[in-house]
Design a protein around this ligand. Sequence first.
Ligand SMILES: Cc1cc2nc3c(=O)[nH]c(=O)nc-3n(C[C@H](O)[C@H](O)[C@H](O)COP(=O)(O)OP(=O)(O)OC[C@H]3O[C@@H](n4cnc5c(N)ncnc54)[C@H](O)[C@@H]3O)c2cc1C
Length: 413
Amino acid sequence: MYDALVVGAGPAGLAIAAALAEAGLRVQGLAPADPAAPWQNTFGIWADELEPLGLAHLLRHRWSDCSAYADGRELPLGRDYGLLDNRRLQAHLLEQCRRGGVVWHRGEAVDVRHTSDHSVVLTKAGDELTARLVVDASGHRAALLRRPPAHNLAFQAAYGIVGVLEPMPVRPGQMVLMDWRVDHLTPAEQAEPPSFLYAMDLGDGVTFVEETSLALCPPMSLDVLRERLRRRLAHRGVEVRAVHHVEHVLFPMNLPLPDLDQPLLGYGAAASLVHPATGYQVNQALRLATPVARAVAQALGRPDASPRAAAQAGWNALWPAERLRKRYIYLFGLEATLRFSQRELQSFFSAFFQLPRRQWAGYLSDTHALSELLEAMLTLFSRAPNHVRIGLLRGLAREDRRLLLKALTAAHA
Ligand SMILES: Cc1cc2nc3c(=O)[nH]c(=O)nc-3n(C[C@H](O)[C@H](O)[C@H](O)COP(=O)(O)OP(=O)(O)OC[C@H]3O[C@@H](n4cnc5c(N)ncnc54)[C@H](O)[C@@H]3O)c2cc1C
């Protein structure tokens, strides 16, 4: 019998399948399409998130000239950013899977049932696949995981184009993480929910520009984002000469955690690994794959291990008490930013990116210990202008304080 069945072949599915195989387990995978079928999303990541994993060579583009624009000024970030080379990352993970003997099946999981020593996944075509543990990595619309109903889901939404823009809206070699300038909008439009420009020079005269709504409930429509992008570019005299690719982004930022006592494990967006403050997830999926796989392998090392015991070991490694607490703090931050006006957001991000780099970088990458995260937030609070502080305090006066309470009391997975 296989030790593990991984459902899904996105970045998270491939990363966990490769890590489980590397941990010595017999692994099979299930996905509706060929696991080598190209991923369509453009995946951004900080270079220092890949370096410790020895994967920095899998960047397709890397920028050192990175900045943000907020509160009327440019803020140099001093941190290298990159776009992943999807094809090479996918090939790298698939090669690890191949070396570890992972067998891939085509199909769509529709149901799972559990016995005392294995689980059986049923596919849409009526096939059954058996393993000692099932790992659901089928994205934010997870096929098999149980989770509480979602209320007030906030979505990141974006409309982007890769193409030839003249003049280029960024400096040669520049990456702009967030451009909150709003001089292309009327005062009435500036009072509407805000969006920012994410932009980068891809070389050879090609630019990637994406109008992004960080988080909003209900989501900002792609039509609004497309129109804002058009207006922003036109205001700066930028003409779109050719479009090579259009990207539509829409995914939830605060998907509730799956039930952490269920007898199957989740991974990636399915397991709510999307960072509630940024929307990034691939960094975590790559970073956590090995520790989670090792915990699962150790649990399955016991011959009488049940799917529940193996899943529990995985959930504990994925969502230990400290990471759970940090998640509630990030959710508190998300709630505050959801309510910020344009002016408050500008000042918030201006203060944020003027924190010591170690503080804002750890916040965005989720590499801080809980104490460091709190320290970063307190430093931000002490340095932010009063209207931002009041905005943050508003959260304490509202229901959001339940998130801080959870941050203090979350015990373990
Ligand atoms: C356009 C876009 C841009 C993004 N940009 C970034 C970014 O720059 N950086 C970043 O870190 N994050 C980004 N994200 C967020 C997040 O990282 C991605 O959504 C990422 O693809 C999630 O990875 P995943 O492997 O968990 O899920 P997915 O990539 O969604 O993969 C899910 C896999 O499961 C399979 N599947 C689905 N249902 C079933 C089923 N029933 N049975 C079997 N298989 C199934 C799918 O076919 C797929 O193979 C972006 C998201 C979007 C939508």
